[in-house]
Design a protein. Structure first.
Length: 225
């Protein structure tokens, strides 16, 4: 795995060709939640309120708000004015924007955002969960060979190996715009370029880019920026 140096991001970020910016945000930080909530529209606030678990709704709202702020910073626009829509398979996109591509993922309080010009991206982050049958899930998603490989590992190593395989797989699906619901659809064309991303704590993360290799700039987002 390539070492991931997460650096504070600039207040006025600018994308360049053959480069992908990946931003990390702490969704449990009160200042992040407050800054993100201010830019949500009425539908987003209502959706957050419908979550069965209030904490899950608060994290979803924070993740969505940070996305709006990041998109607006790249476009010199008002975060609250961004019109987000869904593609054919549910992948979010910015209405009326021809060049900027993005994707987001969050697991509990950790959120990752990938942004690029003129090339599709997918990003996925997964933190460990309790009571998960990694071998059974791997058998359904990856096949018997990968399931047997995981079964031969000790539990801590098995969980780590499973998470690394999962985020690579999911990032690639999201890059193609299919998501998990399109996992049964055969992939067409070249496979995405994939890079694993190192987190500060436990878990795994990966970035997929439609055309690579590219330079990856890893940045931390904060309301102060």
């Amino acid at each position: 795995m390539t070492r991931t140096p997460w650096e504070p991001g600039p207040a006025r970020p600018r994308l360049v060709a053959a480069t992908v910016d990946v931003w990390c945000a702490d969704l449990d930080e009160p200042a992040v939640r407050a800054a993100a909530h201010d830019v949500l529209d009425a539908d987003e606030r209502a959706r957050a309120a419908r979550f069965a678990q209030p904490e899950a709704g608060a994290r979803w709202a924070a993740a969505r708000g940070v996305l709006r702020v990041l998109l607006a910073a790249h476009l010199d626009a008002d975060p609250a004015a961004a019109r987000l829509e869904r593609g054919p398979h549910g992948k979010p996109r910015l209405a009326g924007e021809a060049r900027l591509r993005f994707n987001l993922s969050h697991s509990r309080g950790v959120a990752l955002y990938a942004l690029a010009l003129d090339r599709e991206v997918g990003v996925d982050v997964e933190l460990p969960r309790r009571a998960v049958d990694h071998v059974a899930i791997a058998r359904r998603a990856f096949g018997d060979a990968e399931a047997e490989r995981l079964a031969a590992l000790e539990p801590p190593a098995r969980e780590r190996a499973f998470l690394r395989a999962w985020v690579r797989w999911e990032a690639a699906l999201k890059c193609r715009g299919s998501g998990i619901g399109g996992a049964e659809v055969p992939a067409e064309g070249p496979q995405p370029w994939i890079r694993e991303l190192e987190l500060d704590g436990p878990g795994a993360a990966a970035l997929a880019v439609a055309v690579g290799p590219v330079e990856v700039r890893c940045r931390r987002w904060s309301p102060a920026a």
